[in-house]
Design a protein around this ligand. Structure first.
Ligand code: HEM
Length: 193
């Protein structure tokens, strides 16, 4: 007579099999669960390593194509936010930033993740912007300053990549901000010359 073995339940948080019911008391089944758990964690580790290797290749490729370096990102972020803080329209919006060293470090990680795929930024930028009640004029000014700074700091191919990414992200923030305020906005910056 065949013995029906329970299928181990998968834990939603860890994605590994959970030991339940008979697995706790039956040595054979508990051993099976342990083996499955180990196989899955080995596979997850291998997948994480493969993803890191792919990211490194993408980073190398981006560096070779554009000449962007972490130093260049640092210079762009420092100069851009220096201008933003002095700007009559944007400066007051940024008064909520409590710790500028932390903010600049976060923005360096953000841009490193965006243009070099370094995976260093783990925040939620959309959520940070929705409460700021930003409107079209804010985005126009932010992009003007960002684009001027990118052209001052970076060679053309690098500046073009930063500017393209910034316009796309600004458009997505602008459309989301409009939706939250009950308006409809379309992407205005991504296609401008
Ligand atoms: C109208 C233009 C914009 C204004 C006035 C603005 C303003 C701000 C302010 C005040 C913060 C700090 C929020 C806080 O500490 O709670 C912030 C955070 C941030 N901004 Fe903007 N922003 C603008 C557009 C953009 C764009 C276009 C990008 C990206 C291309 C961007 C990227 C970020 C990031 C990554 C953060 C950090 C979010 C986090 O806490 O993880 N911002 N911005």
């Amino acid at each position: 007579m065949s013995v029906r073995r329970p299928i181990p339940a998968i834990c939603a948080a860890t994605k590994t099999p959970r030991a339940i019911g008979p697995t706790m008391t039956d040595g054979r089944l508990a051993g099976t669960t342990e083996r499955i758990t180990k196989d899955m964690s080995d596979r997850l580790k291998a997948e994480r390593e493969a993803a890191a290797a792919r990211r490194n290749l993408l980073t190398q490729d981006a560096i070779e194509r554009t000449g962007i370096t972490e130093e260049m990102i640092g210079e762009l972020v420092t100069r851009f936010y220096g201008r933003v803080r002095e700007d009559a329209l944007l400066g007051p919006v940024f008064a909520i930033v409590q710790n500028w060293d932390e903010h600049l470090a976060k923005l360096r990680d953000f841009w490193s993740s965006v243009v070099l795929m370094s995976g260093r930024y783990h925040g939620s930028p959309m959520r940070a912007h929705l409460p700021l009640n930003l409107v079209g004029g804010h985005f126009d000014r932010w992009l003007d300053l960002f684009e001027q700074t990118a052209r001052d700091v970076c060679p053309p191919a690098a500046a073009a990549l930063f500017i393209d990414k910034a316009r796309r992200i600004a458009d997505s923030f602008e459309m989301a901000s409009a939706t939250v305020a009950g308006r409809i906005a379309s992407p205005r910056h991504v296609l401008r010359s």
